[in-house]
Design a protein around this ligand. Structure first.
Ligand code: C2E
Ligand code: MG
Ligand code: MG
Length: 578
């Protein structure tokens, strides 16, 4: 910049301060007249030089005195610039606000006033950015933690609740971040009544709002606060419009108390957030419990370990025989996944299948399981066990995989088995999720020649008209209704209905989890002759299936003899009596 030319040149002279630069120029400027006078006298009166010494001395002294005074005053007049520089530097380094006057109106005065206003503005903006959430206008996580720590220090009974907008990520993905932020702002407004009650409402996370309050440490006061929070959260969950869409928000909430659930502000917030993730539609507010946190941690670790399970060969299939008491033969088996965890021992599929689904590990595990099952069918076909029909379970997520049918076909072809040796089991609940999809996939599987069974039947809400149109060939009555069916009137009613339903639909019915002879006997009299359960055989590794089949046959023999002894009429009476 041209205006900075001289300044730039002088800056090159060395590390001179701004004050020194000005002083130097002023000093030199003031001494120019003196030098000119000396030179002039010297040029005109070189021989009479001595006559002017007095005059020169006086001029020199006057110049020195004048320049001293000028430099002093100049240095004072430079103060606005220097003070402004100091104030800006102080704010930059230490967030020091300094004190600059604001009432002067000339350029230097405006410089100080503008710098002071800019510093104030910056401080307010930074403070807001650091402590306030932009979308909701609420204190953010940092401010909430500071206020919680302060409340803890004051020794009052501190309660911290977290309210999670469970659909935040889905709304963000579907409608963008600004829609999700607007939703948070609406929810914050709905929870605003807490502020009127003297509690602090904050936004500690993207999908989370928090309520900080104090309460007595006795259980009654804590419960009262819990009920209050639950009620407000419930009444805040109503639908609202967001642009062109209507949202029905699902709010989860968790509550934690100091010191029982967390000693520090951070621990308390973590505890409330962890409790919130445990809540569901049936329980909108969950109190923090150490056990739940331990369970969450264990789940996390298990999820981590599950990634190694397949490559490390920790997964295996067990097989449970399926028997038919009409033909008195073992008509097939069900393949059941097993995870031999190196430290925890056997982990139940009921525990790790949901984890595999949540992490998408279900895809490689499902593929492995299908191919393993088909290979096993081929191996048995070549052994003395012969042609065994094997049922494999599909999880809800696997069933939604668009490549499922090609995967099944691929596994069958790779093993070189007949498709009718394979049966796919899908739970009733999974089959009901998307009617059109279920129909499409079931039809494709049927066309492939694979059998289809509806598993855990009776626990879901299958619609009869829909079932009628579904191409499937087996219905497996859930263990829950088979258990003590001989003595429970309710179970008898349900089993009777399911047996009649399958008869009406012209499909096979199987009772799962038969453990006692009385259960088998009862169901047999009601028209169900296919069973799977510990009474006949437990799930066993592939190599032990021969022995398990032998045991199941012994059981059937025993049963046949009993049956022959007592006769069907007697059995029928027994069923009714029980
Ligand atoms: P499911 O398909 O209903 O399997 C039957 C479950 O009942 C098995 O439990 C079996 O061991 C158990 N069971 C059989 N007879 C009896 C009995 O008489 N009494 C009792 N108390 N239980 C009996 P398991 O092996 O623990 O499997 C649990 C669930 O995990 C299965 O229920 C199935 O939904 C799922 N699962 C198992 N293997 C796989 C798999 O390979 N893939 C998928 N996606 N899910 C699987
Ligand atoms: Mg099953
Ligand atoms: Mg089942």
């Amino acid at each position: 910049m041209p205006d900075l030319w001289l300044y730039d040149q002088m800056s090159r002279l060395g590390a001179l301060s701004y004050r020194l630069k000005i002083m130097l120029v002023a000093f030199l400027g003031i001494h120019v007249p003196l030098v000119v006078v000396v030179l002039y006298i010297a040029a005109l009166n070189a021989e009479h030089w001595g006559e002017f010494v007095d005059t020169l001395v006086v001029t020199l002294l006057a110049t020195l005195l004048g320049s001293g005074l000028t430099l002093f005053v100049l240095s004072k007049l430079l103060s606005p610039v220097l003070l402004t520089a100091q104030a800006l530097e102080g704010f930059r380094c230490d967030r020091n606000l300094g004190k600059l006057p604001r009432h002067y109106t000339d350029e230097a005065g405006r410089l100080m006033a503008c710098a002071a206003e800019t510093i104030d503005h910056l401080e307010t903006t930074l403070d807001r950015l650091e402590h306030v959430d932009e979308a909701t206008g609420l204190p953010n996580r940092r401010q909430l933690l500071a206020s919680t720590a302060q409340a803890i220090e004051q020794g009052s009974g501190v309660a911290l609740a977290v309210v999670r907008f469970a659909d935040h990520a889905r709304v963000t993905n579907a409608y963008g971040n600004s829609a999700a932020e607007r939703a948070m702002a609406i929810l914050a407004r709905r929870l605003g009544s807490f502020v009127a009650e003297g509690k602090m409402l904050a936004r500690p996370g993207r999908a989370e709002l928090a309520i900080l309050g104090t309460t007595d440490t006795n259980a009654d006061s804590q419960a009262a606060l819990g009920f209050r929070i639950r009620d407000v959260v419930k009444s805040s969950s109503g639908e609202f419009a967001l642009g062109g869409i209507v949202l029905d928000p699902f709010l989860q909430s968790g509550l934690a108390f100091h010191p029982a659930d967390g000693a520090s502000a951070e621990n308390l917030l973590d505890a409330a957030a962890a409790a919130a993730t445990q809540s569901g539609p049936a329980m909108p507010l969950v109190l923090h419990s150490a056990a739940a946190t331990r369970a969450a941690r264990s789940r996390f670790e298990l999820e981590h370990d599950l990634r190694r399970a397949l490559p490390d060969g920790q997964l295996d299939l067990n097989y449970q025989p399926i028997v038919d008491l009409d033909s008195h033969s073992v008509v097939g088996a069900e393949a059941l996944l097993r995870w031999h965890h190196p430290e925890r021992g056997m982990v139940s599929p009921a525990e790790f299948i949901p984890l595999a689904e949540a992490t998408d590990l279900i895809r490689p595990i499902g593929l492995w399981m299908l191919s393993r099952a088909c290979t096993q069918i081929r191996e048995w076909a070549r052994s003395e066990l012969g042609d065994i029909r094997l049922a494999v379970n599909l999880s809800a997520r696997q069933f939604l995989d668009k490549d499922l049918v090609p995967h099944v076909r691929g596994a069958i072809e790779a093993a070189g088995i007949s498709p009718d040796r394979l049966e796919i089991e899908l739970t009733e609940t999974a089959a009901m999720a998307d009617h059109a999809h279920t129909r499409r996939v079931f039809t494709a599987l049927r066309d492939l020649g694979v059998g289809i069974a509806l598993d855990d039947f009776g626990t879901g809400y299958a619609s009869m008209s829909y079932l009628r149109k579904l191409p499937f060939n087996k219905l497996k009555i859930d263990r829950e209704f088979v258990h003590h069916v001989d003595s429970s009137g309710e179970s008898q009613a349900i089993c009777d209905a399911l047996i009649a339903l399958s008869r009406g639909l012209g499909i096979n019915v199987l009772a799962e989890g038969a453990e006692r002879e009385e259960e088998v006997r009862h169901l047999l009299t009601r028209g169900c002759s296919t069973f799977q359960g510990y009474y006949f055989a437990r799930p066993v590794p592939a190599n032990d299936l021969g022995r398990a089949v032998g045991l199941a046959q012994l059981r059937m023999q025993h049963h046949r003899m009993e049956h022959a002894d007592r006769g069907p009429a007697d059995l029928g009476r027994q069923g009714k009596r029980a």
